[in-house]
Ligand binder design. Structure first.
Ligand SMILES: [Zn+2]
Length: 269
């Protein structure tokens, strides 16, 4: 018995998380238990789910998040591996419901797999997204190798320097990661400070944010789209590094060429 039985919409959403988890492992972005995923699945909730009894007592989130009242999430489990989640998403993650106090959650299914230690920061981001009426449902944190490598150079961390460079490597990167890459300076993983800085970057109109010397955090309408944005940005980073390893600085597309992409594809930036 699984909460995914007789709920094709929820099963499809969780299967997408599993598929993305496999890609993260294959790409080398998810060593050990690295990375985390949460997806707001409230629009998959059925009457049968609402009638379920929780399988754990309420667990405090550590903060009050008023926009999450009654919301449901699929969350990767703490200390769980993406490569295991890819094969068995309900053994390596769980479905939770936010309690009416907006300050605690209960695990609803399938097993009492404790959510990622990054849950408070992911939930704070979801709370912000709902409050602003943004369409994002999925949040992804992962360690894309080339992008993280580039974040070790301070000259790339000035606002939109890396965005412009990555966009200029190949036209599709601007088309498919059209808000670019926000930058958050190094901060302690799992800290409230890092969560707040991530929210500030989303408020500054980014949907993919680089955490210096750590990884990226992306929000999107679904987990596939979140993965795709990180993938196209990292592809550009890889092209840049390939050119550098051949011994030259790549020219990049010109400002006019990039402007034409924005006009043709009706892009926000
Ligand atoms: Zn990380």
């Amino acid at each position: 018995m699984s909460i995914l039985d007789n709920n094709a919409k929820l099963a499809a959403a969780v299967n997408d998380v599993a598929e993305v988890a496999g890609y993260l492992w294959q790409k080398g972005w998810a060593e050990r238990n690295g990375g985390n995923i949460t997806v707001n699945i409230t629009d998959c909730v059925t009457d049968a789910m609402r009638a379920m009894e929780p399988i754990t007592p309420p667990v405090p989130i550590g903060e009050t998040l008023p926009n999450l009242r009654g919301c449901w999430f699929y969350c990767k489990g703490t200390q769980k591996r993406m490569r295991d989640l890819a094969r068995r998403p309900m053994d390596n993650g769980s479905v939770i419901r936010i309690c009416d106090d907006c300050a605690s959650y209960q695990i609803m299914a399938d097993k009492p797999v404790k959510p990622t230690s990054e849950l408070p920061s992911h939930l704070a981001v979801h709370n912000y997204i709902i409050g602003k009426g943004l369409p994002y449902k999925a949040s992804l944190h992962t360690h894309p190798i080339e992008l993280v490598a580039m974040s070790h150079n301070p000259k790339f961390l000035e606002k939109d320097v890396l965005t412009k460079l990555l966009w200029s490597m190949i036209p599709e990167t601007k088309a498919f990661a059209p808000r670019g890459l926000g930058i958050v300076p190094y901060m302690m993983p799992s800290s409230n400070e890092l969560a707040q800085a991530t929210i500030d970057a989303i408020a500054d109109d980014y949907d993919v944010v680089m955490w210096e010397k750590h990884g990226v955090f992306a929000v999107e309408t679904d987990i596939m789209n979140a993965f795709d944005q990180v993938d196209v940005l990292n592809k550009s980073a890889n092209i840049y590094m390939c050119a550098k390893s051949m011994g030259f600085e790549p020219d990049g597309m010109t400002d006019e060429q990039m402007k034409a992409i924005s006009t043709t594809f009706n892009l926000p930036k």
